[in-house]
Design a protein around this ligand. Structure first.
Ligand SMILES: CC(C)(COP(=O)(O)OP(=O)(O)OC[C@H]1O[C@@H](n2cnc3c(N)ncnc32)[C@H](O)[C@@H]1OP(=O)(O)O)[C@@H](O)C(=O)NCCC(=O)NCCS
Length: 162
C-alpha cells in the first residue's frame, strides 16, 4: 500500500520568454500543463500503470509568475476509489531576482482514472491514510467527489428532460 506522503512529487522548472503571454508574464496554460504533468506522475506511479486526466477542478491564479522565476509544482494523492484518484497540486515560485518567501501561485485538484491494456478502467491499489492531515484531505476529497458526481448526474438528467 502507498501513503499520500510516499506518492508526493515536486517538479521544478525555470520559465522562459517562450512561456510568456502578451503582458510578459507566464501564460496560465503553461502552468496548467505543469500541474497536469505533476499530477500525472503521481497518478501513474500510484496506479502502477497508465492513468488519464478525467477532470481538473476550478483553478485560480493567485499571483503572476515572471520570466526567469523558478516554478515548483508539488502533487500528492488525496483519495483513491475503485479506478479513480484525486490528486492535489500546489504551485509556488521563487522570484529569479530576490531571496523572498516562496510565492503561492495556484492550487488545483485533479481526477485521474486508471486505464488497463484493453482501454477499460481498472482497479487501483488501496490508499493508506496515516496522518491527521492526510485524513483531513481524504475527507475533503470525498466531499468534492460527491459534488462532482452530483453535478455530472444533474446535468445529464437535465438533458434527458429537454
Ligand atoms: C475518464 C474516463 C476513462 C471515465 O470514463 P467513464 O466511462 O466515465 O468511466 P466510469 O463511469 O467507469 O468511471 C470511472 C471512474 O471515474 C470516476 N469519474 C468519472 N467521471 C468523473 C468526474 N467527472 N469526476 C469525478 N470522478 C469521475 C467514476 O466515479 C469512477 O470512479 P471509481 O472507479 O473510483 O468509482 C473517460 O471519460 C475518458 O477516457 N476520458 C478521456 C480522458 C483523457 O483522454 N484524458 C487526457 C486528456 S485528452
Amino acid at each position: 500500500m502507498t501513503t499520500p506522503e510516499q506518492s508526493r512529487v515536486t517538479l521544478s522548472r525555470i520559465l522562459s520568454a517562450a512561456d510568456a503571454n502578451l503582458l510578459g508574464n507566464i501564460h496560465g496554460g503553461n502552468i496548467m500543463k505543469l500541474v497536469d504533468e505533476a499530477a500525472g506522475v503521481v497518478a501513474n506511479r500510484f496506479a502502477q500503470g497508465p492513468a488519464v486526466t478525467a477532470q481538473m477542478d476550478e483553478m485560480t491564479f493567485l499571483a503572476p509568475v515572471r520570466v526567469g522565476d523558478v516554478l515548483h509544482v508539488s502533487a500528492q494523492i488525496n483519495w483513491a476509489g475503485r479506478s479513480s484518484m484525486e490528486i492535489g497540486v500546489r504551485a509556488e515560485c521563487d522570484r529569479w531576482d530576490a531571496v523572498t518567501e516562496r510565492v503561492h501561485v495556484s492550487s488545483a485538484y485533479l481526477v485521474f482514472v486508471a486505464i488497463g491494456p484493453d482501454g477499460e478502467t481498472r482497479e487501483v491499489p488501496a490508499l493508506e491514510i496515516v496522518t491527521d492531515e492526510e485524513r483531513r484531505r481524504h475527507r475533503e476529497a470525498q466531499i468534492r467527489r460527491e459534488h462532482r458526481l452530483a453535478r455530472r448526474d444533474a446535468i445529464a438528467s437535465s438533458r434527458t428532460t429537454d
